[in-house]
Design a protein around this ligand. Structure first.
Ligand code: ADP
Ligand code: MG
Length: 609
């Protein structure tokens, strides 16, 4: 019988390897910029056309290559950066695998011009599909220039898979900024289709960050610094009031290398606890220095995870130093978003217990029936629409018994201090300030945190829906792509069934999660944060499926409540109040944040003593 096994030709092996290293134009930019830094450059220029699909040019003033190296560098496993196994454990360079150039040369047209200071002339090498087409002397400045054209010209599947120029270019900017922020002492320039977008001179770190964020950002930065035997930490966090609705400005570096870590991210979020508005994320630029022996960067060539031997220790250092820094700049005591409106209790009263309202509820109340009858009366154009969007207005064959046991309705206590009379709710008196609704009552005043109320109502409705059937999904016109770490990928896929039942439809391609459909209640700007929250839930909570389902529902409800609310619309707010009270239990959100607070006349009276 004939033998079947054949050795793959080198260019095919390279093409396969390229699939791992080079996923999109941004990967080329990352690899080539890192090579320039490893070559000791002090200036690196990146010129792009058509988001890198037509041309990527990188020019540096580093050490350059000899005429022989200018060809050898394209071979697989050709590297000048490590020569023995031990080097792997003490990496001081970005690259070490010797894969990037071989990969790029396998799937693009590459032109290299390079010259060392000690050589008279430079070298020009042109390679197409791993074949050397030109190799000759040339006149060029000291340093190295790479020109990459027609990326993926021979891998149509990859080429077709590329996103719009806008998306691909945003990946390029991400990579460019990660490298630029890791190396403030090197100057960088980025141009796209002839327009200069970033021209970053060499500078101290603070200056580099300000150059990236924009000139008004200097006052927003709070320095952080801490030195221990295990880790040296420095960098800047942004004052809480400049937090963002996306995670865009969150940077971790270790030994000048960008990385992502949801674990350390959690430490920072915790340090900001109580200082951030709901749905906002802190911005930070955190630089760690750790002995190379205590980290493992070798997880995956394109992934941005790094393993830390002492991650628990680093977590607590991060938490304490950022907390301290925010406190030092007198930020913590002056900001409390829970009391952002004019409703401000005097200090002396803050510690006094506040009695919360217990409201009479009708156990026969059917949210679906009453919602559709209200809708048919033509009232509530705002809130009713939101409820309808969530599928609440649909005629579900829904048995109350199913959920009554989940939400036990408490008996009314006879001596409740504050009571809302639901029978007269059409005349409900209230005023709105910011995110708060104030309702006068015979015994005092009740205050509702509207966003949390909305969240609680949505959660309750989602929950009732979910226990009878999977949640309705809306297909996205433009699927959203989210880069996942390997752990996140595993966690997400481990819970695939649950997530699909929650209304998410998705696929995985090359470590990116493509979100194709989401629960109906989510709207454009609330989708991304919701998915990020779910990822965090999956990562940090070692819990049963039932609890996980509950947490994901909370994530969805909370994210849906980040939308703009129409509180100035009286009918909208009235329905918000009524529906909240109809829930029966509404004092806190399911994860324990206060929704309703009340102050009795007696307490008010004390205020005038
Ligand atoms: P690695 O960076 O892992 O060594 P690469 O394929 O990225 O592998 O590069 C191969 C080799 O080519 C490098 O080790 C380096 O010697 C050389 N090289 C690549 N880019 C440059 C550059 N801009 N300047 C000088 N030498 C370079
Ligand atoms: Mg490299």
């Amino acid at each position: 019988m004939q033998n079947k096994i054949q050795r793959l030709p080198e260019h095919i092996a390279n093409q396969i390897a390229a699939g791992e290293v080079i996923q999109r134009p941004a990967s080329v930019i990352k690899e080539l910029m890192e090579n320039s830094i490893d070559a000791g450059s002090t200036h690196v220029e990146v010129n792009i056309t058509d988001a890198g699909k037509s041309m990527i040019q990188i020019i540096d003033n580093g050490v350059g290559m000899s005429s022989t190296d200018a060809v050898t560098c394209f071979e697989r496993h050709a590297t000048s950066k490590i020569s023995k196994v031990e080097d792997l454990f003490d990496l001081t360079t970005k690259g070490f695998r010797g894969e990037a150039l071989a990969s790029i040369a396998a799937i693009a047209h590459v032109e290299l011009r390079t010259k060392r200071a000690e050589d008279e002339t430079g070298r020009l090498v042109r390679i197409e599909g791993s074949q050397v087409k030109i190799n000759e002397e040339t006149v060029c400045p000291n340093g190295t220039q790479f020109e990459i054209k027609n990326l993926f010209y021979n891998v149509p599947a990859r080429r077709n898979f590329l996103k719009s120029d806008k998306i691909e270019f945003s990946h390029i900017t991400d990579e460019f900024l990660r490298v630029a922020l890791a190396h403030p002492s090197i100057s960088f320039k980025l141009s796209h289709n002839g327009t200069v977008l970033y021209d970053l001179r060499d500078a101290v770190l603070r200056r580099r960050i300000v150059d990236v964020l924009g000139k008004n950002s200097n006052d927003r930065l709070v320095p952080i610094e801490e030195t221990t035997d295990i880790v040296e930490l420095h960098g800047f966090v942004l004052k809480p009031e400049f937090s963002k609705k996306t995670r865009g400005e969150q940077y971790f570096f270790v030994n000048d290398r960008f990385f992502k870590s949801s674990y350390f991210n959690h430490a920072i979020t915790k340090a900001y606890e109580g200082l951030l508005k709901e749905g906002y994320f802190p911005s930070f630029f955190v630089y760690l220095k750790v002995s190379n022996h205590k980290i493992d960067v070798n997880v995956h060539p394109t992934k941005t995870e790094i393993k830390f031997e002492e991650e628990k220790f680093i977590y607590s250092i991060l938490l304490s130093s950022i907390r301290q820094a925010l406190g030092k700049f007198n930020i913590s005591p002056t900001l409390d978003f829970d009391r952002e409106s004019s409703f401000d209790l005097p200090l002396s009263m803050r510690d006094q217990p506040v009695t919360e309202p217990k409201i009479a509820v009708n156990p026969d109340f059917n949210p679906f029936r009453s919602e559709s009858s209200r809708a048919s009366q033509g009232v509530g154009n705002g809130f009713t629409t939101a409820i309808k969007n969530a599928g609440f207005g649909k005629d579900l064959n829904f048995d109350q018994k199913d959920w009554a046991s989940f939400y036990e309705i408490k008996e009314e206590k006879p001596n409740d201090p504050i009571k809302l009379d639901l029978n007269t709710d059409t005349n409900l008196d209230f005023i709105v300030k910011g995110n708060y609704v104030f309702i006068p009552s015979q015994l005092g005043i009740t205050v509702i945190n509207a966003r949390r109320a909305y969240e609680l109502i949505v959660h309750s409705e989602l929950f009732k829906n979910f226990i009878v059937k999977p949640l309705d999904s809306q297909i996205l016109l433009f699927p959203i792509s989210i880069e996942l770490s390997r752990t996140q990928e595993t966690l997400w896929m481990d819970n695939e069934l649950l997530l699909r039942q929650m209304g998410f439809s998705f696929s995985l391609s090359n470590g990116d999660l493509q979100i194709e459909g989401v629960p109906e209640i989510l709207q454009d700007e609330t989708i991304q944060p919701c998915i990020e929250e779910i990822l965090q839930t999956l990562e940090f909570e070692d819990i049963t499926v039932r609890d996980l389902a509950q947490s994901v529902l909370i994530n969805i409800a909370r994210s849906s409540a980040m939308k703009r609310m129409d509180l100035q619309n009286k009918e909208y707010t009235r329905q918000l109040i009524v529906r909240l009270y109809e829930l029966g239990e509404f004092e806190t959100t399911l994860d324990g944040r206060k929704v309703v607070s009340s102050i009795s006349l007696e307490e008010l009276g004390n205020k005038f003593n």
